[in-house]
Design a protein around this ligand. Structure first.
Ligand SMILES: CC(C)(COP(=O)(O)OP(=O)(O)OC[C@H]1O[C@@H](n2cnc3c(N)ncnc32)[C@H](O)[C@@H]1OP(=O)(O)O)[C@@H](O)C(=O)NCCC(=O)NCCS
Length: 249
């Protein structure tokens, strides 16, 4: 019997009780999640800055395992790199709401730490359903300026590559959770560097991204954020869900 189709004797005797691959992913411990979806063969736990040659470690952990200090640092990094985008948007900057979201139970983190153990960047992710489709949602990816690359090198010198390295882990996870159709994320339209970065990694505007609205007087209101996605190679067809499982998490 597949993991997706567990039989629970007490429930509906004689009938198999199905659990979605997304729910299965969210039930896993961090060790199981790494083993099953990132794969131990992949060299992902260390990263060396191509210019400074300093080494950084990558730690994978659930939101409830973040230490208070690491949580505070991650929050501070978001405020540093994207606070202005939030404040200038219709969404606004609401520290309490952001902190609550950062503690969401199914959210997992990859922390980038220097050799002194200080967090210098991170990404957070969650296997979930969006519009009844199983997806891997990237909640955040933020690096302190010293670790950002940004300007494409004319001299073919790799300036950073850490953002790409982190996003590649998310793409790998999405490829390995059965039925997952895409990696998805939200980006402010004011974040031109972020948009170029995602474009470089093959992300495109998702069909569910909000559209321009034309008001009665003819004025066009453009949304200040965009939803981007990048499909998995199998397009979710490796574990297609029947209607019963869609929308479950
Ligand atoms: C966005 C961010 C995560 C990208 O990480 P990074 O380490 O700077 O980017 P990388 O060096 O890995 O870039 C990957 C590729 O994108 C390209 N790229 C990155 N930024 C770019 C830009 N502004 N313009 C054109 N290309 C860009 C790189 O040249 C590289 O191309 P390559 O694969 O051909 O070498 C990082 O800059 C950051 O933390 N920014 C601030 C926070 C933020 O905006 N987060 C996103 C919120 S939605």
């Amino acid at each position: 019997m597949s993991e997706e189709e567990r039989r629970e004797p007490g429930l509906n005797p004689g009938k198999s009780h199905k659990i979605s691959p997304i729910a299965i992913a969210n039930e896993k411990t961090d060790e199981e999640f790494i083993r099953d979806y990132i794969k131990p063969s992949q060299e992902w736990t260390t990263w060396t800055h191509p210019l400074t040659e300093k080494s950084y470690s990558l730690d994978f952990l659930s939101s409830h395992d973040l230490t208070k200090d690491d949580f505070r640092t991650c929050f501070g990094i978001i405020e540093t790199t994207s606070g202005a985008d939030y404040k200038n948007s219709s969404v606004g900057w609401h520290p309490g709401m952001k902190k609550k979201e950062m503690k969401s139970p199914d959210l997992r983190y990859i922390l980038v730490k220097d050799d002194g153990g200080a967090v210098k960047g991170f990404t957070s992710l969650m296997p979930t359903f969006e519009n009844h489709e199983p997806v891997l949602y990237c909640y955040e990816v933020h690096l302190l300026p010293e670790l950002q690359g940004q300007v494409p090198s004319l001299l073919s010198i790799q300036l950073s590559g850490l953002g790409k390295h982190l996003m590649n882990q998310l793409i790998t996870i999405a490829e390995n959770i059965p039925s997952t159709k895409k990696v998805m994320l939200t980006c402010f339209t004011s974040n031109l560097n972020g948009l170029k970065f995602y474009e470089k990694l093959g992300f495109t505007k998702d069909d569910f991204s909000p559209r321009d609205r034309t008001l009665r007087g003819g004025k066009v209101v453009r949304p200040d954020y965009v939803i981007l996605s990048r499909g998995t190679a199998h397009g979710g067809l490796d574990g297609e869900l029947d209607d019963e499982l869609k929308g479950m998490n």
